[in-house]
Design a protein around this ligand. Structure first.
Ligand SMILES: [Zn+2]
Length: 685
């Protein structure tokens, strides 16, 4: 189950909404390689195709994936290590540490399909009975509180995050409601895809209820109940903020008091709700979206109680489907995997169990317990020291850019430099590990384990409310193939999981490493100065430190990037959203530029190396950068990401950046006017 952590807004390196892609087959996973080049393609016409061409042919999307990229290759290697850790702890170790007992028993419980099948929908039934017993609005609010207490999604979501006005202290955050379709627009628009997905989704909800036993647990026929679920989710979608608006941290910052909430949402007894969640008492909180709270309060008066109960049953069922019998899992896959993402087959059991124990985006599960062992095996002090040096080199390079940009006044420049100085870093994994001793894990209770883990996770978050921010907390597990910048902490984090080929390869030359890991570090650091990150100051407070004319100059520069990427397509007729992907594109552009200059600075000190494989260091840098982004994907996946993902697809993460760089043109001798050297180039940093 996915206990979504709504309150921390991170800017990650790659999309985190999908499941961790892992695969059973043993692929040979090299890092950088000139054997992937398609030399029949002109580097100045389509550099992505030139850098990735042969890799793309050799790596079609496996049947159990929606897409396959070079970072998936890396994740596959990690998955095999994690599997080894889990199987050893579950089945083969002759003596086990307490940590190994927990992760081993959790994994064994998930792999024990016989016991899971025998229990049928049993683990869900107590919750269904509670929902049945609800007979008025007050009881519905109590039920929503109970859902929040246990980390189940519903129409009310509570979390904790650093206070935007004082980021050293955690505040309570009231979020938006949960929906089954991945974007609000899909409920509201009448284009062909939205209409098709709504129809398929409603049929899916109905089938899930039929598997559950139709009339036995429902107040009406499954098709009517599915219709009621759609009514509630459509009301939630209406109140939900648009993805582009949501990127603006000022829109998400709406401090209020519990007392004021009564005026905003007269139909919701928030004092009752907050008490029921198990959160400590508080009087002030932040609303991610006041309009949502207002709308959902109004909907409580107009949408019948029976519909809300149907919605709560559906949320519980959808959340727990993967913990119940194979029939539920298969039907859930048919919609979430096949229809939404174009995935043809379900991933094997061990992978799903590995995700369930070691964590996946949005749900870390027992991931830190696995990560502790992962780090011991995979990440030595040498690697950490080398990363530390690289981050320092990239920070120095951005310092140089900030000093040189000609459009910034001295006042803004000084504050930008101070923010960069104050930026903190985390490498590999946590210094202090999360304590799971309170979570009971049983070898014969897969559903119960998952519920206890999710509840523990939510209660841990609630206990932060009103406390000082503990800066030792990690928001990704060590084995994760990703990285993040947390604007409210002004901090970059690089888990051990991503610090491997093709991102980081200590056996290869500096040019290759600066093109990959260097550009990734540069990307995360630049997030502190993208269109969203720039709104936070050196301490992580949401505070405007820009002089008005510098803001104007900045806006002009990012507008160029927004229209550049808005003109790209991921499939014929499927345009990217230049505003949705703006922050990531600014980070990619800045990241590659500062990595390039960090490399030049290093080579100037060391003396220029000879060409390798017939390519100069500059050329190897750009090939290495582009090769990180080689990817194949289903059409459904490309369409989905064009609507949902704040990152551009791999082709444009590569070509979009390089089209803006005179340094690239020079390295490959591209003449102005060819596709990789357009007449207008955008530049922010
Ligand atoms: Zn990013």
């Amino acid at each position: 189950m996915l206990a979504s952590c709504v309150s921390w807004l991170l800017t990650a390196f790659v999309v985190t909404t999908a499941t961790i892609p892992i695969v059973a087959q043993s692929f040979s996973s090299e890092g950088f390689s000139v054997s992937y080049l398609d030399r029949s393609v002109d580097a100045c016409t389509d550099f992505y195709q030139f850098a990735c061409g042969k890799w793309l042919i050799a790596n079609p999307v496996p049947a159990d994936r929606a897409r396959y990229s070079r970072l998936n290759e890396l994740a596959d290697r990690n998955a095999r290590i994690v599997r080894d850790i889990l199987e050893n702890a579950a089945f083969t170790a002759s003596s086990r540490t307490p940590d190994e007992e927990k992760i081993g028993d959790a994994y064994a419980a998930c792999m024990d399909q016989k016991t899971i099948e025998a229990r049928r929908a049993g683990p869900l039934e107590p919750l269904l009975r509670e929902i049945d017993a609800v007979s008025n609005r007050e009881q519905l609010i109590r039920l929503a509180a109970r859902f929040s207490h246990d980390g189940f999604p519903s129409f009310l979501t509570l979390g904790a995050a650093p206070d935007a006005q004082d980021s050293s202290v955690f505040t309570a955050v009231l979020g938006q409601g949960a929906m089954g379709l991945p974007d609000r627009e899909l409920y509201l628009k009448d284009d062909e895809r939205s209409t098709m997905l709504r129809r398929e989704y409603e049929a899916h909800v109905q089938r899930m209820f039929e598997i559950l036993g139709g009339g036995r647990v429902l107040s009406g026929p499954p098709d009517r109940v599915a219709r009621a679920v759609m009514d509630v989710e459509t009301a939630i979608a209406r109140g939900t903020m648009d993805r582009v608006e949501f990127r603006d941290p000022r829109r998400r910052n709406n401090p209020t008091t519990v007392a004021q909430l009564a005026e905003l949402a007269p139909n919701i007894d928030f004092a009752l709700y907050f008490r029921g969640t198990g959160a400590p008492s508080f009087s002030r909180l932040n609303l991610l979206n006041p309009q949502y709270v207002r709308d959902i309060s109004a909907a409580l008066a107009t949408v019948p109680l029976a519909s809300w109960k149907a919605y709560m049953k559906w949320r519980a069922l959808d959340e727990m489907a993967s913990l119940l019998t194979g029939r539920f899992e298969l039907e859930q896959f048919r919609f979430n995997g096949e229809i939404l993402s174009g995935q043809k087959e379900m991933r094997p059991r061990w992978m799903r169990c590995s995700d369930a124990v070691a964590g996946q985006p949005g749900a870390d599960a027992l991931g830190e317990l696995v990560g502790k062992i992962f780090i011991q095996r995979q990440f030595g002090p040498d690697a950490k020291a080398r990363m530390d040096q690289l981050i320092t080199a990239l920070q120095q390079s951005l310092r140089q850019r900030l000093t040189e940009v000609d459009w910034m006044s001295a006042e803004t420049r000084e504050r930008a430099l101070a923010k960069l100085e104050a930026m903190r870093r985390k490498i590999g994994g946590p210094d202090t590990w999360r304590d799971f001793s309170a979570v009971m894990i049983r070898r014969d209770d897969y559903a119960g384990n998952s519920i206890r883990i999710a509840a523990n996770d939510r209660q841990r978050q609630f206990q932060w409310i009103g406390q000082r921010v503990d800066r030792s907390i990690w928001l990704m597990t060590p084995q994760t193939v990703n990285a993040y910048y947390a604007p409210s902490l002004n901090e970059v984090t690089f888990p051990a999981g991503i610090l491997q080929p093709p991102v980081f390869d200590s056996t290869l030359d500096d040019a290759v490493n600066f093109g990959a890991v260097g550009a990734m570090i540069g990307h995360e650091i630049t997030h502190g100065f993208d269109d969203s990150g720039r709104r936070f100051d050196a301490t992580g407070n949401l505070m405007n430190w820009w002089m008005p004319r510098d803001e104007d100059a900045f806006r002009e520069r990012v507008a160029c990037v927004a229209s550049q990427y808005g003109a790209y397509s991921s499939l014929p007729g499927v345009k990217l959203n230049g505003d949705l992907t703006l922050g990531e594109n600014v980070a990619d552009n800045g990241g590659v530029r500062i990595a390039y200059y960090a490399l030049m600075e290093l080579l100037a000190r060391k003396g220029p190396p000879a060409s390798i494989d017939g390519f100069t260091p500059e050329q190897r840098f750009f090939i290495s950068y582009a090769q990180v982004w080689c990817e194949n994907a289903s059409d459904q996946d490309f369409r989905r990401r064009a609507q949902e993902d704040v990152h551009s697809p791999g082709r444009w993460r590569a070509n979009g950046v390089l089209q803006n760089m005179p340094e690239f043109r020079k390295a490959f001798g591209c003449k102005e006017g060819v596709p990789m050297a357009p007449a207008t180039a955008c530049r922010v940093w």
